[in-house]
Design a binder for this molecule. Sequence first.
Ligand code: MCN
Ligand code: CUN
Length: 783
Amino acid sequence: MAKSQTELRPLGKSVGRKEDPRFIRGMGRYIDDIVLPGMLYMSLVRSPYAHARIKHVDPSAALEAPGVKLVITGEDLAAMDLAWMPTMAGDKQMVLATGKVLYQYQEVAAVIAESREQAEDAAQLVDVEYEPLPAVVDPIQSLDPDAPVLREDREKKSNHIFHWEAGDKEATEELFRNAPVVVKQNVRFPRVHPSPLEPCGCVADYQSSTGKLTWYVTSQAPHAHRTVLSMVSGLPEHQIRVISPDVGGGFGNKVPVYPGYVCAIVASLKLGRPVKWIESRTENISSTGFARDYHMTAEIAAEEDGRVLALRVKTIADHGAFDAAADPSKFPAGLFSIVTGSYDFKESFVEVDGAYTNKAPGGIAYRCSFRVTEAAYLIERVMDVLARRVGVDPAELRKRDFIRKEQFPYQSPTGWTYDSGDYEKTLDLALEKIGYEELRKEQAEKRARGELMGIGISTFTEVVGAGPSHTFDIMGIKMFDSAQIRLHPTGKVLARLGVRHQGQGHETTFAQIIAEELGLSTEDVLIEEGDTDTAPYGLGTYASRSTPTAGGAAALCGRRIRDKAKKIASHLLEAGEDDVVWDGVSFSAKGLPDKSVTMKDIAFAAYTNVPEGMEPGLEATYYYDPPNLTFPHGAYIAVVDIDKGTGAVKVRRFLAVDDCGNVINPMIVDGQVHGGLTEGFAIAFMQDIPFDEDGNCLAPNWMDYLVPTALDTPHWETDRTVTPSPHHPIGAKGVGESPNVGSPAAFVNAVVDALAPLGVEHIDMPIFPWKVWEVLREHGVNK
Ligand code: MCN
Ligand code: CUN
């Protein structure tokens, strides 16, 4: 192919990110950059107590303060029937507290003033009298029948939210009864928070003259937010325009609807002026969508050689005071039942019980793929426990138990149909690339000298691309996604998608998909997302669903355009349609390759010279309902050295071999992997949000809740295998969350491997140096 033609086949190439020039130069347009004429500012009054009755709320002093226009209390919202709002999980949540508060930093009142400073100063003057109640912070204690009932609004008089199970209980029990080997491990995945650089915020702009509300919001799912807003407020959906401008990091934190959003909208409706609300860092960490907090027990039944038979998992899930986990409706525990992972278990039985506690709500965030993070961590951790028990090398054990590539499409015991994979190939590449045998030799030498070196493996399976409408919906709305492509007469393209990126590079990768389908250059394709008035309906960007859903829509929409283009080409080439061939860049008449027309020529003809009877113009919309999810996988290996004096763990090497099917842009995939590994590293070694017994949040800022700097972060090595998805239009699988799903287990397995000579079998995250130091002391290393 000539060079110019190579450029016109951009799929699979590391095209530079089109969005970077504006991001790198500080020219992104984020929510706080939006300033409208007459705009007011809102600040929230929050509860200092985790559990308390509200005796009274008196806004009078705040109303007297300079610049204050309005104070909204829970009682005001109750009068409008807005004191509570529905959550995506089918629960309800207080907007502003009435009666009692259920977590520290809960929203109690909203103060709106001419400036942000005035709003914040006046918020201090709202007089709230509380009567403190005992707090319930431990989800296991919360499920005790004697625990105080937190949610007095519910009919059910307990803190139990839901029981959910998957798999075959009887068949699993049967295998456990007769199994030669059974291992059991308690594993906690701590409460963490994605803590995006830009916190949440919005500007609500209600125009009474037109009755139209324009709501600028840091949203990963603008259409879903618009529909929810319309259902809650009664405003007609077409009179609401949601605009999600550049999003400074989402990571699942920008999927839920927060009380501050509702208050800002109510304030704008009442005052007829735009109202801005931007969270502080502390507000973001303490009150918005956290992640994980799963207390899990796993048991594996196996043969003596480590061949697995059955997996049994019991989990207590801490959901905080309201069940606001943004899972698909039919999945209260997300996609956690993928917990059998990459291994060919004959049977499995998985149970999850959700519990209310006096903490902020959430649970679905931080590159979690709807709880696959918890599942992958658990199974990868416990496979190592099994390896140690049966005395088989953890790489070898995994190979014995892998689902083999001939078994795909693979039916898992908890009901998933894995689309494709080649686990052994991926692990082999990783072992070879890291020099596994050499490393084991080095480790043996070091162990003989009393040094602590560990090698940790994680060979995880991901499940992304929610999803097929027969199973996946949020609040009843089916989870397909969409693309719309418009070719202008000069052959330039405007394409809009139903998803909304937050830094993942869609402006580049979706341009690549469309350019590839149309034989154009990526420079010719402009991607727009995030405006509900212009973009086709879609459920947004989370759970690494954009490529599997909207990516499929983009490719098929391009093919729809090409179908019409072919008809125009036949007219221009004066050849029958059956004699017109597409070579990826242009159409020509069969046997006459010199006579050809490009998509640019056709675009012009679509507006100037269409065949008689044909509708002019060249645009199309495609709603893609995927037949299945996609199942990316990976093999990650961490090598660590532990300093016996300080307990500090140094990650000497980390190799991630990912398989996300066909790759659209290798550089962007590498970037996604680097970012996710950095987050997985932070989770493994430095992040946790603890609470004291009164429910005080002990890490609501970046002094106590740590985010890794460039100095902390290890050097990442990456590679890839490619097992295309058989059902996706371009064979791609999602990848955005894989590194966070797969890496924590590799880090922890490496640390446990290093400590194994001391008899250590497990250590819960986060692995702070002091924790390792204490383990060393307990085992007589440091006296
Ligand atoms: N890609 C590719 N080839 C593939 C798969 C993906 O080139 N085979 C590209 C995609 O086209 C896209 C990017 O990689 O540009 C990620 O694609 P995908 O895996 O489909 O994930 P999404 O676009 O749906 O992104 C969501 C995912 C999630 S859920 C979280 S959380 C997360 C993540 O992305 N949040 C992020 N990565 C993030 N990256 C940034 N910078 N900021 C966030 O908030
Ligand atoms: Cu679970 S975090 Mo991402 O799905 O937005």
